[in-house]
Every structure is written in structure tokens, then in C-alpha cells.
Design a protein. Structure first.
Lengths: 143, 102
């Protein structure tokens, strides 16, 4: 069953409009699939001069990884800890901007390795069948 | 060839209220947006196509002035960058660009 935004807010520290993901469609121990329509929101706080650059896809990816860390921590019965985006590798952009994309974003993150603390996720951001961005994201615990 | 410019993210940037409540920290992607804007000032015909590697070394606070340095390497499709605060590295990485110059 999908996890809605109110529950996502309990899993990551991102608040208000900076909580970018709308729902978790499915997840297991290795991966997570999220959906969002906030890329079209004129109030999206990452817009610059009214446009949402495609590079912000990696913030969506990092938040999906952070939500995944939060869900895994919760299911293991341990405290959810705040993660931050520590590194990006082999990141590719297929588009220039996200705000003109009509379809909802699908944000997939697959845990390549890492457990509890630092983790590396392979992320794919797409709309319908069209890939928008992909890359490897390292998230680290905020100390 | 290199290009250098000084920037700061204002305390009223809309991302900061939720990132994070009571502990505003400039999101890494907002810094990258500034780097890409600097690239557009330096090379108006270039387009970001990817990032080979980006490392966020230290957090950046609102209003903290930082220097963006862009450095062209051998390949015309790659630009190295670094962002520093008082000489200390905050973010560094390598951008992949496309030049649409006709």
C-alpha cells in the first residue's frame, strides 16, 4: 500500500515545501519507488527564475534514498536518523528542466551498498517511459 | 582557462525554511544551481548534460559568501569546479557539458 506524504514527513527532516516526494509507491529492503508532482508546483522552493533545473532531480533521488533509510530504520525498530547528500557520481541529465514535464515524476532508488550509516544508491528519475536523470548518490548520516 | 565568481545564498531563499527547520543549511542542489549559473555566465553556449562526480565536503550556511571556480580541462566537454568558503573547500566536482556553438 502506498505511503502518503504525511507519513513521509515523519521519516525525513525535510519540512514544508522542501519535502518533495508525494508518496512511496513500493519499497523493500533493497529499493524504493516514489512519486511526485511537486516539480510542476510554481511554489517549488528549488525553482530559480521560475524554472526547475533538471539537476534538482538528484534532490528527489536523495530524498527517496533518505526515506528508504527511514523506512528500513523503522522496520528494524531503531531511530530514524537524518541523512544528507554527500556525493554524486556518473550523473546524467536527459532534459534541461523539470517544471515543464506534465507527467508525475517516478523516483527510483536502489541501495547498492551501505547499511545504517553511509549508503550508496543508484537513482533513476523518469516521467512515464521517458528517463530524465540517473546517477549514483551517496547519503551520509548528519553528524 | 578558468572563471571565478563570488556568491551567497540569501537567508530568505525559499528552500531554507524546510531544509531544515531551526537549522538552515543550503541544499547541495542549490549550490550546484549557482555553479551552473556561473557556467552560463562564463560560456553562454554551454549546456549541463551531467556530472561525473560531485563531493559535498562541508555544509554551507545561508549568507555565507563562497567562491565558485570553474576550470576547463583538456576535454571540451568537461569542466572542473570547486566552491570555497575562506579558502576551505565546500563542494568540488566535474561537470559534463555540451557546447551548442554553431
Amino acid at each position: 500500500m502506498a505511503i502518503a506524504k504525511a507519513e513521509i514527513r515523519t521519516l525525513i527532516p525535510h519540512a514544508g515545501l522542501m519535502c518533495l516526494l508525494d508518496s512511496v509507491l513500493k519499497w523493500d529492503d533493497e529499493s524504493i519507488v516514489c512519486a511526485s508532482e511537486t516539480h510542476r508546483d510554481p511554489a517549488n522552493p528549488l525553482r530559480r527564475d521560475g524554472r526547475l533545473s533538471a539537476l534538482h532531480a538528484f534532490e528527489y533521488g536523495a530524498q527517496a534514498a533518505a526515506v528508504h533509510g527511514g523506512l528500513r530504520a523503522r522496520s528494524a525498530g531503531v531511530a530514524t536518523l537524518p541523512y544528507y547528500l554527500a556525493a554524486l557520481r556518473d550523473a546524467h541529465l536527459q532534459v534541461i528542466r523539470l517544471d515543464d514535464i506534465d507527467l508525475p515524476l517516478e523516483v527510483r532508488a536502489q541501495r547498492l551498498f551501505g547499511d545504517g550509516g553511509n549508503a550508496i544508491y543508484e537513482c533513476h528519475i523518469a516521467a512515464g517511459n521517458a528517463p530524465l536523470a540517473d546517477g549514483r548518490i551517496t547519503v551520509m548520516l548528519r553528524t | 582557462m578558468s572563471f571565478e565568481i563570488c556568491r551567497a545564498i540569501r537567508a530568505d531563499h525559499p528552500s531554507l525554511a524546510g531544509h531544515f527547520p531551526g537549522a538552515p543549511t543550503v541544499p547541495g542542489v542549490v549550490i550546484l544551481d549557482e555553479v551552473v549559473a556561473a557556467l552560463a555566465e562564463w560560456r553562454k553556449d554551454s549546456q549541463l548534460t551531467g556530472m561525473r562526480a560531485v563531493k559535498f565536503v562541508l555544509p554551507l550556511k545561508p549568507e555565507q559568501p563562497f567562491t565558485i571556480c570553474l576550470m576547463a580541462k583538456g576535454a571540451k566537454t568537461e569542466v572542473d569546479f570547486c566552491c570555497r568558503v575562506d579558502g576551505r573547500m565546500v563542494v568540488e566536482g566535474r561537470l559534463e557539458i555540451r557546447c551548442d556553438k554553431i
